[in-house]
Design a protein around this ligand. Structure first.
Ligand SMILES: Cc1cc2nc3c(=O)[nH]c(=O)nc-3n(C[C@H](O)[C@H](O)[C@H](O)COP(=O)(O)OP(=O)(O)OC[C@H]3O[C@@H](n4cnc5c(N)ncnc54)[C@H](O)[C@@H]3O)c2cc1C
Length: 497
C-alpha cells in the first residue's frame, strides 16, 4: 500500500496548478537526480530552466565507475526497491531495462568473530558463539543471523496504525508515539527488546547496522514500512543510464536538458532578498555573480553548511536544518577481476559476503544470476569488494587508493583465498570515499535522534524565491526516490510561487 501521494497524482496536480503560470525563469543548482528531474518537469511545464553543476559530470551520487577494460561498478546508488514508484516512473518513461538485484545469496560467506563459513551455515556455526535467550536463538534458527533484528522490527511495526504510517511519509507533525521513536537511537531501542547484550552485539555484526547505532529508530521503521529491501532491481548497463537518459530526453521545444546544464560552475554563496536570489560562483578562477527570480537549490546540506548563505527572515528552521541535519559516511571499493572465480568456484551469483573486519560487505554482481551462464563466468567481473558506512568508511577513506584496495583485498582473501590470481593487473581497484567528495561531503542524510521533530515539516515549507530539494528533504533519504519525491515538491512550490 502507498503511504504517499503517488507520482502520477503529484504530476497531475502540478499540471493543473501550472495553468496560466508558465514561463518563469528558474535556476537550478546541482545536476544530480533532484536537479535533473526538477529541470525536466519544469521545462515540460513551459518554464525557462538553467542548471548549474559544480563538477564536470552529471548524476551526482548516481555514479557508475567504468574501468578501462569496459567493466563497471557503482560508486553510489546500485539498487531500486519495488515500492519506489517515483524512481520507477522515470525508468519506464525513459525506457530503461531492469534486472533483479540479488541482495542475499546462500552461498556467500560470513566472517565474524574469527570464523569463516557459508551464510547458510552461519546461524549454527557463528550463532552459537553468542549468549542468546531461547526466543533469540529461535529467531536466528528461523531467519538466519539477522533474525533477531527482523523480530524486533516487526514487533515495532505492530505498534503503528495506518495514521502513524501516513505521518511518517507526509509533510505533517508526528504523533507522540512516532516522536518517541524519533527520539530513540537504534541502539537504545534494540537494547529494550532483547534479553542479552550479546544479542545486540550479534545484530550489529549480522546486519552491519553497528554503524547506525546512534541514528534515529524512526528512520528504520520508515524503511521497514517502505519495504525498501524488497523486489530490488538494477539498471542493465549501469545506474548512470538514468541521469543520462533524463538529460538527453527531448523537451517540448526540441532541445535537451543537457544543453541547459553549465558544468564546472561552483556555487560559493547564495543571498535571497525580496527581488530575487543572487548566486556567487567560481568561473575560470574568478568570482562572479548573477541574480535570478527563482532558484531551486539541490546542493546537499552537508555542502551548503560550508557556504555563505543569507536568507530572508522566517527561515530559521531551514538554516538550523542546513547546519544540523544528520548525515552518514560511506566508502566503496571496487575490485576489478579478470575472471568471475566466485561464480566458477563458489557458485555465488549475487548477494553479499559479510565480515566484522574493515571490509564489512562484499557484493557480487547480479548480472549473471538468472542465466548462470558458465561462459560469462569465465569472463571479467567487478566485485563491490567493500561497502562500508560510519567510522569504518571514514577509516578506509583516510587511505590512498592502493592502500585502501590492499586492505580490502586482504580481508576478502580470508573467504576467497584464490582472489590474488584474478586481480586485473592494469587497474585492480577504484574507490569513492563519499566524505571526501567535495560535491556531497558525506554519503546521504540519515536522521539522528530528534531530527524529524526539530526540522520537519517546516523545512519543506515554501519559501519566497529560494527553494530546496534533494534526498535529504524527503521521507526517503539515501534513496533516488527521495531526490525525485522532493524534486516534485520543489517544482510544485515554484509553480505556485
Ligand atoms: C554509497 C551510496 C549508496 C547509495 N545506494 C543507493 C541505492 O542503492 N539506491 C538508491 O535509490 N539510492 C542510493 N543512494 C542514494 C542516491 O544516490 C541519492 O539519494 C541521490 O542520488 C541524491 O540525489 P540528489 O539530487 O538529492 O543529490 P546529488 O546527487 O548529490 O546532487 C547534487 C548535485 O549538486 C552538485 N553540487 C554540489 N555542490 C555544488 C556547488 N557548490 N555548486 C554547484 N553544484 C554543486 C553535485 O555535484 C551534485 O551533482 C546511494 C548513495 C550513496 C552515496
Amino acid at each position: 500500500m502507498n503511504y504517499h501521494t503517488t507520482i502520477q497524482q503529484q504530476l497531475d496536480k502540478i499540471k493543473q496548478e501550472n495553468q496560466g503560470r508558465s514561463n518563469k525563469q528558474i535556476l537550478i543548482l546541482g545536476a544530480g537526480m533532484a536537479g535533473l528531474a526538477a529541470g525536466y518537469e519544469l521545462a515540460q511545464l513551459g518554464h525557462r530552466v538553467e542548471i548549474w553543476e559544480g563538477s564536470p559530470r552529471l548524476g551526482g551520487r548516481v555514479w557508475t565507475h567504468r574501468f578501462k577494460n569496459g567493466q563497471y561498478g557503482e560508486f553510489g546508488a546500485m539498487r531500486i526497491p519495488a515500492s519506489h514508484d517515483y524512481t520507477r516512473h522515470y525508468l519506464n518513461e525513459l525506457g530503461l531495462t531492469l534486472r533483479p538485484f540479488i541482495n542475499s545469496h546462500r552461498e556467500t560467506y560470513r566472517d565474524f568473530e574469527g570464523i569463516v563459513c557459508k551464510a547458510k551455515d552461519a546461524a549454527q556455526k557463528i550463532g552459537r558463539l553468542f549468549n542468546l535467550s531461547r526466543r533469540d536463538r529461535e529467531a536466528i534458527a528461523n531467519d538466519g543471523l539477522d533474525g533477531i533484528f527482523l523480530r524486533i522490527m516487526s514487533h515495532l511495526l505492530s505498534y503503528l496504525d495506518k495514521g502513524d504510517k501516513l505521518q511518517l511519509f507526509g509533510n505533517c507533525p508526528l504523533s507522540d508515539k512516532l516522536n518517541y521513536f524519533d527520539s530513540q537511537s537504534l541502539l537504545q531501542t534494540l537494547h529494550n527488546y532483547t534479553d542479552t547484550h550479546d544479542a545486540v552485539r550479534l545484530m550489529g555484526k549480522a546486519t552491519i547496522l553497528e554503524e547506525y547505532w546512534h541514528y534515529s529508530t524512526a528512520m528504520f521503521i520508515r524503511e521497514e514500512i517502505d519495504e525498501a529491501f524488497s523486489g530490488l532491481e538494477e539498471i542493465c548497463g549501469g545506474m548512470d543510464k538514468l541521469p543520462n537518459a533524463l538529460a538527453d530526453a527531448v523537451l517540448p521545444d526540441g532541445t535537451k536538458l543537457r544543453d541547459r546544464i553549465v558544468f564546472n560552475r561552483e556555487v560559493c554563496s547564495i543571498n535571497q532578498d525580496n527581488e530575487g536570489v543572487t548566486i556567487k560562483f567560481k568561473q575560470n578562477g574568478n568570482l562572479e555573480q548573477k541574480t535570478y527570480p527563482y532558484v531551486l537549490c539541490t546542493i546537499p546540506f552537508s555542502v551548503l553548511r560550508r557556504m555563505d548563505l543569507q536568507m530572508s527572515s522566517g527561515s530559521k528552521k531551514v538554516q538550523d536544518a542546513i547546519q544540523g541535519l544528520g548525515y552518514q559516511s560511506s566508502t566503496k571499493v571496487l575490485v576489478n577481476c579478470t575472471k568471475r572465480f566466485w561464480e566458477l568456484e563458489d557458485n555465488i551469483f549475487g548477494g553479499a559476503s559479510l565480515t566484522d573486519s574493515i571490509a564489512r560487505m562484499t557484493f557480487y554482481p547480479s548480472d549473471n544470476a538468472e542465466l548462470k551462464d558458465r561462459e560469462i563466468s569465465q569472463e571479467a567481473g567487478v566485485l563491490l569488494g567493500s561497502y562500508t558506512w560510519g567510522a569504518t568508511a571514514r577509516r578506509l577513506g583516510t587511505l590512498n587508493l592502493q592502500k585502501r584496495g590492499k586492505v580490502v583485498f586482504d580481508k576478502i582473501e580470508r573467504f576467497h583465498p584464490q582472489i590474488g590470481n584474478y586481480l586485473d593487473p592494469e587497474e585492480p581497484y577504484a574507490s569513492m570515499a563519499w566524505d571526501r567528495n567535495k560535491w556531497s561531503a558525506g554519503a546521504f542524510a540519515s536522521s539522528q535522534p530528534l531530527d524529524l521533530q526539530r526540522f520537519f515539516p517546516e523545512v519543506n515549507q515554501a519559501a519566497a524565491r529560494l527553494f530546496f530539494a534533494g534526498e535529504h528533504l524527503s521521507p526517503y533519504p539515501s534513496w533516488i526516490q527521495g531526490a525525485l519525491w522532493s524534486a516534485l515538491q520543489g517544482v510544485r512550490q515554484i509553480v505556485l510561487a
